[in-house]
Design a protein around this ligand. Structure first.
Ligand code: SF4
Length: 432
């Protein structure tokens, strides 16, 4: 089986379990119980997978620093899919995460040919204003890639660790791909890693909430972060089977190795190129010491970024959402009455006749109206369960159900657009 995930084409990934086997994404189900009050996307299995999210649950439980970061390419209207990512960022911010949102204008410029002015206009008027209206707090960080010297400098350094073969294996780049497009890939890695720079408190777990199509960025970034680090820690056994740790230098100055061997408590032995540790108190303490020494000697000591993956809503007419088919999606900035009409025209999981519907029940799992309830319109789990059960039992009629969804959509958009008006006056608070 060979599935390629390309974040620049709107691939519909219909069998998410393939991602577990093919790419090593872990099921979110296994970790959700570690979260005290999970977001509704977590409870409803909309977030279905993760990488290293245990670092984030641990940080949340122990009140340790962590970050949340994601980005948006300013290439069109903000829609419900973007709202999902924004809600996930805001939820992590409310759990204590230092929140970062990048507007990927370098990507929009290099991949879509959108001018810088247009990028700024779309970035602010579509994405940032809605982000603030949805509740992003002013202690978070919102920035444009092209205006962030930190991100651009880090991207350049990361580019020194990425080669063409690696990028083309991940993204399918060819000899025709422009170089700025390649640079935009490493810029996104810099977006993801820069919350760990010294200015923001140094190395720490960072979660990137994304759709499954964005996993290539995560894999590339985890690899680049690892390559940038001075040290790696290996668990080993001596000839008698006793366990010990070997801290291997990848590019560390000799002085850093010396400092490390002096600072690690307990028995250590320094060799050229590595320090062996025979009785570390805890792995956590060892890791912390290694990171401290690395950053003191000018290294980054990046923690591999964690990620969560959510599944996508289908288009309102079934199939995929597509920006070239306006009836397939709802934008947060469109007229609320027009949006309600789209919902009324949406594809349902209803049967062909009312009699059949009553006898067999509807199919909410194939219904885009039900998806609207599940993803966006119904927060109360009991209300949602009632809709589902009534549909399956055949006591619910699609006409009325669509009407309810249309009313809820119109109400949400009306209220969101009022909040957007208030958000416009708050841009200064976010340094924009
Ligand atoms: Fe969808 Fe509602 Fe019809 Fe069920 S009754 S198929 S949830 S529109």
């Amino acid at each position: 089986m060979n599935i390629k995930i390309d974040p620049w084409s709107a691939l519909n990934i219909d069998d998410y379990s393939k991602l577990f086997d093919e790419f090593g994404i872990l099921p979110f189900d296994d970790i959700v119980r570690e979260i005290e009050d999970p977001h509704k996307f977590m409870k409803r299995k909309i977030i279905f997978g993760h990488r290293s999210y245990e670092l984030i649950t641990d940080a949340m439980k122990k009140n340790k620093p962590f970050s949340v970061m994601s980005g948006f390419m300013p290439s069109g209207n903000i829609h419900l899919g973007h709202k999902m990512v924004m809600e996930e960022i805001i939820w992590h911010q409310q759990q204590g995460g230092d929140a970062f949102v990048g507007i990927a204008d370098r990507e929009a410029y290099s991949v879509r040919g959108i001018s810088w002015d247009k990028c700024r206009d779309i970035g602010i008027n579509e994405y940032i204003i809605s982000l603030i209206a949805l509740g992003f707090e002013a202690n978070g960080h919102i920035y444009f890639q092209s205006k962030s010297e930190q991100v651009k400098d880090l991207a350049f350094e990361l580019a020194s660790k990425a080669n063409f073969s690696e990028l083309s294996a991940i993204y399918g780049f060819t000899g025709e791909t422009n170089i700025a497009h390649m640079l935009s890939a490493v810029t996104q890695s810099a977006d993801i890693l820069h919350p760990q720079l010294g200015e923001y408190g140094g190395p720490k777990p960072t979660v990137i909430p994304v759709g499954a199509d964005q996993d290539p960025h995560i894999r590339l970034t985890r690899g680049l972060g690892h390559k940038m680090n001075m040290f790696k820690i290996e668990g080993r056994k001596d000839k008698n089977g006793n366990k010990y740790f070997s801290i291997r230098s990848k590019a560390a100055p000799q002085d850093a190795l010396k400092e490390l061997s002096e600072r690690i408590p307990g028995k250590t032995k320094r060799f050229e190129g590595h320090v062996d540790v025979f009785n570390a108190d805890t792995f956590e303490l060892l890791l912390q010491t290694v990171r401290e020494v690395e950053t003191e000697f000018g290294g980054y000591a990046f923690v591999p970024p964690s990620s969560t993956y959510h599944r996508f809503m289908s288009g309102l007419q079934g199939g995929k959402m597509s920006s070239s088919a306006p009836d397939s999606f709802i934008s947060l900035t469109e007229d609320s009455k027009g949006a309600a009409k789209k919902v009324k025209r949406a594809k349902t999981g209803g049967r062909t006749t009312l009699e059949e519907q009553k006898k067999l029940g509807g199919e909410p799992d194939k219904c885009s109206v039900y998806e609207m309830f599940l993803f966006h319109l119904v927060d109360d789990d009991e209300e949602l369960a009632q809709i589902y059960t009534e549909c399956r039992e055949g006591s619910r009629v699609c006409g009325n159900c669509k009407l309810l969804a249309a009313e809820k959509t119109e109400k949400f958009l009306r209220e969101h657009q009022e909040l957007r008006e208030l958000a416009k006056d708050k841009l200064d608070d976010y340094g924009l």
